[in-house]
Design a protein around this ligand. Structure first.
Ligand code: ADP
Ligand code: AMP
Length: 215
């Protein structure tokens, strides 16, 4: 069982590294951010509720995201493990996660915190591009596609997220510091916690993560 939680500020590379774990270990990435964006796009009740919080760089209410994760973790593809990317983001979410994994007979075996300086986060977020079709992640400078605006993997169109604008980025980093950073101590005290330096080459960072997961 590989139950993995990725902690780290927006732009730390959680999505980028999670996708590499999916490829290598065959366990699903559970990104609450992706699920919420999908709901916004589809215009569901959930999406309508979440949109204003996301646009402001604030967190969507705990009970909303906890409900999504509870349903998702119960699906059969999570049997061998899962990577939670962007959840939990508050102490009540972490407490609810403990309860959900207990109910489902699962476990959180690795909590991996990705550490990157603030100045680099801002540069990463403002240059981030995502494929509309397959979700692959790029950066205009650090990880550019072969052809501008086009996904290398599937030929899909690349777009910039609404919340990757400068003003919203600042709010998201503030929200992280106030509400999510306390989770580092929460998990550090409980074991299975690993903090890694997450700037530099994407593949080198992945090697550090692999070394932890192969322990
Ligand atoms: P998160 O999921 O933590 O918000 P992402 O994985 O979306 O972060 O990464 C944010 C941006 O930074 C993306 O544009 C991505 O291509 C880029 N990026 C990811 N890892 C690195 C790295 N090691 N060095 C430089 N840029 C990176
Ligand atoms: P992300 O894609 O992880 O950067 O998330 C984008 C946005 O979705 C965040 O800024 C929040 O508004 C919302 N969101 C994602 N995950 C959570 C969560 N676990 N708790 C509350 N809000 C979340």
């Amino acid at each position: 069982m590989k139950g993995i939680v990725f902690l780290g500020p927006p732009g730390a590379g959680k999505g980028t590294q999670a996708k590499k774990i999916v490829e290598k270990f065959g366990i699903p990435q559970i990104s609450t951010g992706d699920m919420l964006r999908e709901a916004v796009k589809e215009g569901t009740e959930l999406g309508k509720k979440a949109k204003e919080f996301m646009d402001a760089g604030a967190l969507v209410p705990d009970e909303v995201v906890i409900g999504i994760v509870r349903e998702r973790l119960a699906k059969p593809d999570c049997e061998k493990g899962f990577i939670l990317d962007g959840f939990p983001r508050t102490i009540p979410q972490a407490e609810a996660l403990d309860e959900v994994v207990r109910e489902l007979g699962k476990a959180i075996n690795y909590v991996i915190a990705l550490e990157v300086d603030d100045s680099e986060l801002i540069e990463r977020l403002s240059g981030r591009r995502t494929c509309r079709s397959c979700g692959a992640m790029y950066h205009v400078k650090f990880n550019p596609p072969a052809k501008e605006g086009v996904c290398d993997k599937c030929g899909g169109e690349l777009f910039q997220r609404d919340d990757d604008r400068e003003e919203t980025i600042k709010n998201r980093l503030k929200t992280y510091k106030e509400q999510t950073a306390p989770l580092i101590d929460y998990y550090r005290e409980r074991g299975n916690f690993y903090a890694i330096e997450a700037s530099g080459d994407i593949d080198e960072i992945f090697s550090r993560i692999e070394a932890i997961l192969n322990q």
